[in-house]
Design a protein around this ligand. Sequence first.
Ligand code: ZN
Length: 89
Amino acid sequence: MADVVATYESDSHPGKFYNICRAGDGSLYCDCPAWRFQKGKLPNERTCKHLKLYHSRLVQRTQAKYDGAPRMQAAAFTPKRKPALEKRR
Ligand SMILES: [Zn+2]
């Protein structure tokens, strides 16, 4: 089963909507012609302006949640834990 995670109106065909769907394996796909015509690429390598828009909104939301600091960077500055033996002193 695929869930529709976002719907975008077509720029060239107002009134026509394209759906971003999440497949059962977690991969995202779009049902617009631009996405479907990317033959020769694996489904998870294809992209289109709707998927890009969807991803850029996800990034914005993530950044707001972590107060502008990407999670990966914050983790890089976390000091390593001391060895358990040292703790017992
Ligand atoms: Zn699309």
